[in-house]
Structures are given as structure tokens and as C-alpha cells.
Write a new protein. Structure first.
Length: 215
């Protein structure tokens, strides 16, 4: 989802972030309620499944603005990531905005990743962390790989340090990263590298991701 996924780049050193990113256990779910100016806007849910050495991550995003029975805005974004060990081997996604669907497929091949997307088709030689935000290492990638279009987007991130925030119904400490891009956004990760909050402005509205429960 490009308008949400235009985030993250390289402006921090490894010592400023968690040495080891959060490693999800089998069956874990991260469930965010997405608010628009404090009102319900939709959901962003990630599910993690492990089987042997394989990790599958499913992302399901549903965002809508309605006026009575009329849908004024709808954005659907479904992503599946597959890893063998710590290595990404496949991404598949489909996205619906403005009533039209688009798809993306990414497959690990010799020399990089074979990408088939709306904005890029070809071999991507760089290592890839998808723009699904659960992996804090995305902050050190130097670019954002869009799971909507397949393009790589340069960005800048500023580490704002540790703050106290509310996540999962309680106050916790989390590291804040501010993003300077087509959208100005903030992301928070806890001491284990767990993604716990996001906030930004889009088209004059304040958008906030509120984590329902901590895993």
C-alpha cells in the first residue's frame, strides 16, 4: 500500500537500534486498529506461522471511509512473505485501491530477486526487507521495497530515542524513528524490536496505528 508504505530509510547506526531484531514465534498475531482523526478507519493485522525452518508472514490491511451506505475510500492490501531460515525466498501481494486490483510477486533467484510488479519488473540485486514494517532492520536498509508496486524508494530516518507510549493497553518504552519522505511518519519499536505503533498525517488527517495486545 504505497501511500502508507512510503516510509523508512538510512540515517542511524547499528548501535542506536536493537542488535537483534524481534523474532516472531509460531502463531503470533500483531493486530492494529487504524484510526483516522480518532475514529475507526480500518485494521492492519499480521500473522506469523513457523513450520520447521520456514516462516510465513501474512499481512491483511483493510481501510475504508464511508458515508452511510456509500464507500468513499477503500484500500485493501494482502501480502505473504516466506523465509527459509533468515533468508527471504518469496513475496506475493495483491492491492485494491480505487476499485482496481494490482499484484506483485518476488522470488529469490541466483544473484538477487526476480520482481514482477506494477512499477518494477526485473532483477533486484540488493537484499530485500519488505515494507511490512514488522522487521526493525528495515530502518537500516537504506531504501523501502514497496510490497504494493515492487519499486525501491529512497528515504531518510531519524532515531529519536526512547519514549514512553501506550501499546497493547499499557504504557511501555519504545524507540521512535521519524521518517522524512513523501509522508512524514513515526514508527515505534519496543526493547525486543517489536513494532508497536505508527503515526502520520495523510491528506490532512491524522492516522494512528493502535496495537490491541502485546504478544
Amino acid at each position: 500500500m504505497r501511500w502508507i508504505a512510503l516510509f523508512l530509510a538510512l540515517a542511524i547506526t547499528p548501535a542506536q537500534a536493537n542488535a537483534s531484531p524481534w523474532s516472531p514465534s509460531d502463531g503470533v498475531r500483531l493486530e492494529f486498529d487504524v484510526l483516522r482523526d480518532g475514529g475507526k478507519f480500518g485494521t492492519h493485522i499480521l500473522t506469523f506461522d513457523r513450520e520447521g525452518d520456514t516462516l510465513t508472514v501474512d499481512t491483511d490491511v483493510e481501510l475504508r471511509v464511508t458515508l452511510g451506505p456509500i464507500t468513499l475510500f477503500e484500500h485493501l492490501h494482502d501480502v505473504t512473505e516466506k523465509y527459509t531460515g533468515d533468508s527471504l525466498v518469496w513475496i506475493g501481494s495483491r492491492t485494491k485501491t480505487g476499485g482496481k486490483w494490482k499484484t506483485l510477486s518476488v522470488e529469490a533467484v541466483k544473484g538477487g530477486f526476480n520482481v514482477k510488479g506494477e512499477k518494477f519488473n526485473g532483477l533486484l540485486k540488493s537484499p530485500v526487507i519488505p515494507s511490512t514494517h514488522w522487521n526493525e532492520d528495515q530502518m537500516r536498509q537504506g531504501f523501502l521495497f514497496s510490497t504494493e508496486t515492487g519499486e525501491t524508494l529512497p528515504m531518510k530516518v531519524t532515531d529519536r530515542g526512547i519514549e514512553k507510549i501506550k501499546a497493547g493497553g499499557r504504557m511501555i518504552e519504545a524507540r521512535r524513528y521519524d521518517v522524512d519522505s513523501e509522508l512524514d511518519a513515526s514508527f515505534w519499536y519496543d526493547a525486543q524490536g517489536l513494532w508497536v505503533k505508527t503515526a502520520f498525517e495523510a491528506q490532512g488527517s491524522k492516522i494512528e496505528y493502535v496495537l490491541r495486545t502485546l504478544p
